[in-house]
Ligand binder design. Structure first.
Ligand SMILES: [Zn+2]
Length: 148
């Protein structure tokens, strides 16, 4: 199960991918590149994967986040797809149809990090691929077991 958190994209610099802040008079200015840039939406996704045993929060890179989002790039998602949602329910429906409950294969790495003086494990995706399943598998039909 995947539950993307509310904030899944940010406005960033297309060159260095750093977050930029709105400045409407001059356009967007990247503090790293020291120039006015044509801003771009970029994904920043941490998704919760869970079943009845436990849950795991996994961080995804911009590219991996895009495959998670059914290959809709962040800019298209934020400027077009999302605009069509009239309510939170529309967003939920879109997620159901495009993102949630899809079989995907994810390789992750665990990283120990210090957080508020505590050691904790963070998980990052290193490879994401969608897994094709047959219609029978989708229907939950199990292979028939034969005894001889
Ligand atoms: Zn930049």
């Amino acid at each position: 199960m995947i539950t993307p958190l509310d904030q899944i994209a940010y406005i960033g610099c297309p060159t260095c991918f750093k977050k930029v802040t709105d400045s409407r008079l001059t356009g967007f200015f990247c503090n790293t590149c020291k120039e006015i840039i044509k801003e771009k939406y970029l994904y920043f996704i941490h998704a919760i994967f869970q079943d009845f045993t436990d849950k795991l929060v996994i961080g995804f890179s911009r590219e991996q986040a895009q495959s998670l989002m059914n290959d809709v790039d962040a800019h298209t998602f934020m400027t077009q797809t999302r605009r069509k949602f009239k309510s939170e329910a529309d967003y939920e429906t879109w997620l159901q149809e495009n993102v949630l409950y899809r079989p995907i294969r994810i390789f992750i790495k665990a990283k120990s990090e210090q957080f508020k003086g505590e050691n904790r494990q963070r998980f990052y995706a290193i490879d994401v691929s969608r897994v094709a399943i047959t219609a029978e598998e989708e229907d939950g039909e199990k292979p028939v077991l034969n005894f001889c």
